[in-house]
Design a protein around this ligand. Structure first.
Ligand code: SOE
Length: 384
């Protein structure tokens, strides 16, 4: 694994727990973790359960006892590491978004397609696909229970930079993160909307805004938390993104991504209306999926609150008795399980790098649309 902060910790937990709860055809071994600072990476190895620590990720690629490289670093490093790992014949799991630009994502998807011919496989970490309620939502849509998709309403709302004095973390630096709320969290709902509906986004009209242009520079590595000194630096990404979308099946969508929604901590909210019914989900109540069936007798009809913890639901049988819900980390565990099973079977894991490129193209189209301001129509605000 390369990187050991928030995502590195989540992935480490998944590698450790996956074989304890699921029957896996291969046994994951947490061989070595890489990071730049010796003392910090050694402490992380100890804390997260890795056997060894390295300060140069390239050395991981030379080791015959490394089969899979798990990339948990900022987006600016994904392309270089993933391309080198695939060239070295290592399978790759890469955190989202796949890259910081469409050009990088195209190169990565092309390299992954070539590597796959030799059985070297790559996956991108859109983990929320593996929240049981969201996997189940996809099943319901695939079974035709929603009919033709008319509306997708998608939001990803957080509040960790709503405080204007929150430190300037790497996620607010375009060089490192590629974009702001759009790529960091908007990418997840773009992927989920397409995953659940089984459709593609074919066009967008976007609006991006940066509310706070300068923040105190972080005194230590700052992720979602961290402290800052008196020096200030520029925010170079969007703070919020909204966009309209058209879907390949004829439906339309509205998307919103922001880290300025006070009180919303990790609210991934999806509502999908089809010709035969509706689905609704909120990650802040992540074990529940709401389903409305338009075929129900009118006097009894209403949204059904389905607690997605029955053994018949995706992934649930491996865990606790019905009603004893799962949490954020379990999506990562399911990702590890599915990846190991795909590797053992020699099958392409999903989401593939090609799926990551699909998301990257949507993000890029939103940015281009927002920059062009082309279909934005100004409303006169002068008083009469
Ligand atoms: C920060 O907004 C963040 O950690 C994202 O980077 C993750 O992708 C998301 O799952 C949780 O929030």
């Amino acid at each position: 694994m390369i990187g050991y902060s928030f995502m590195g910790a989540a992935h480490s937990q998944a590698w450790r727990v996956a074989p304890r709860f699921f029957d896996l055809p291969l046994a994951p071994e947490m061989t070595v973790v890489a990071g730049r600072t010796r003392s910090a990476v050694e402490a992380a190895a100890e804390r997260l359960g890795w056997a060894e620590a390295e300060t140069d990720w390239r050395r991981l690629l030379e080791r015959p006892d490394v089969d899979l490289v798990d990339i948990c670093t900022p987006g600016s490093t994904h392309a270089e590491i993933a391309l080198a790992a695939l060239a070295a014949g290592k399978h790759v799991l890469c955190e989202k978004p796949l890259a910081n630009s469409v050009a990088e994502a195209e190169e990565m998807a092309a390299a992954a397609a070539v590597a796959a011919r030799d059985g070297v496989l790559a996956m991108v970490g859109f983990t929320y696909r593996r929240v049981p309620a969201l996997s189940f939502a996809r099943q319901l849509v695939a079974e035709g229970r929603l009919g033709t998709i008319r509306h997708v309403r998608a939001q990803y709302l957080q509040d960790w930079i709503a405080d204007e004095e929150a430190p300037l973390s790497w996620r607010l630096d375009r060089e490192k993160a590629g974009s702001g709320a759009l790529g960091d969290i908007g990418a997840h709902v773009v992927d989920l909307a397409q995953f659940i509906t089984g459709e593609r986004i074919t066009g967008v009209s976007g609006l991006l805004e940066t509310f706070v242009h300068e923040r105190p520079v972080a005194t230590e590595h700052a992720g979602l938390h961290g402290s800052a000194g008196s020096e200030r630096g520029p925010v170079t990404v969007d703070d919020a993104a909204v966009f309209l979308a058209r879907f390949s099946g004829g439906g339309i969508g509205t998307f919103e991504a922001t880290r300025f929604a006070w009180g919303r901590k990790n609210a991934i909210r999806l509502e999908i209306n089809g010709s035969a019914g509706s689905l609704a989900f909120d990650f802040e109540d992540m074990n529940v999926l709401h389903w409305f069936d338009a075929a129900d007798e009118a006097r009894l009809a209403g949204f059904r609150r389905i607690v997605v913890t029955e053994p018949e639901h995706p992934y649930a049988a491996a865990w606790w008795p019905p009603g004893h819900g799962l949490g954020y980390e379990h999506g990562f565990t399911h990702q590890a399980v599915d990846l190991v099973r795909s590797l053992a079977a020699g099958e392409q894991p999903r989401p593939s790098f090609a799926d990551g490129l699909v998301v990257q193209r949507v993000l890029d189209a939103v940015e281009r649309s927002a920059a062009a301001d082309s279909i934005w129509t100004t409303v006169p605000t002068d008083t009469i």
